[in-house]
Write a protein of this length. Structure first.
Length: 160
């Protein structure tokens, strides 16, 4: 179920630009969760597109970061072996490599778990905005996560 939720989160960004029927069919097929539709108005469709797309973008960003941290950790001598004296685990190359590899192996599954949790939020958001379910926390959580994701993305890009 965790892998399916993570897959649903990663599909949320492209699904934000599809028809409502497609947005409702994917959770039924992928998660085996029934999602009934009650609100097809333009405001509901746009709200769902913006919020689902924002949280979906955060999920993709975390997926890219998890691959990046895993590759950089496991292949540390190939990626950043020139500055290992002052890096974590230094001053030896073996210590820096071991430290970065352990961090990569620990952080990547954590990010994967976060992506799966965001997939469950996507399901709740779809049920709240397009369906008849009224979860009071789904829309504020999506707004906060989308805003945080945007700020985190900008901060990460500017530090490169």
């Amino acid at each position: 179920m965790v892998a399916r939720s993570a897959a649903y989160e990663l599909l949320a960004l492209p699904l934000a630009f599809t028809r409502v029927r497609t947005r409702l069919r994917v959770p039924r097929l992928l998660l085996r969760e029934p999602v009934g539709a009650h609100n097809f108005s333009l405001s509901h469709r746009l709200t769902h597109s913006v919020l689902s797309g924002g949280v979906g973008l955060l999920g993709w960003f975390l997926a890219v970061l998890s691959v990046l941290v895993l590759v950089r950790g496991l292949a540390y001598p190939l990626v950043a072996a020139d500055g290992y004296q002052n890096s974590w685990g230094g001053p030896s190359l073996a210590g820096a490599w071991a430290t970065h590899a352990v961090l990569g192996v620990l952080i990547a599954p954590l990010f994967g778990g976060m992506i799966a949790v965001f997939g469950r939020l996507q399901l709740r958001l779809t049920r709240t905005v397009l369906g008849g379910d009224r979860s009071w926390w789904a829309i504020p959580a999506a707004v906060v996560l989308a805003a945080f994701g945007g700020l985190f993305l900008v901060a990460w890009v500017r530090q490169i």
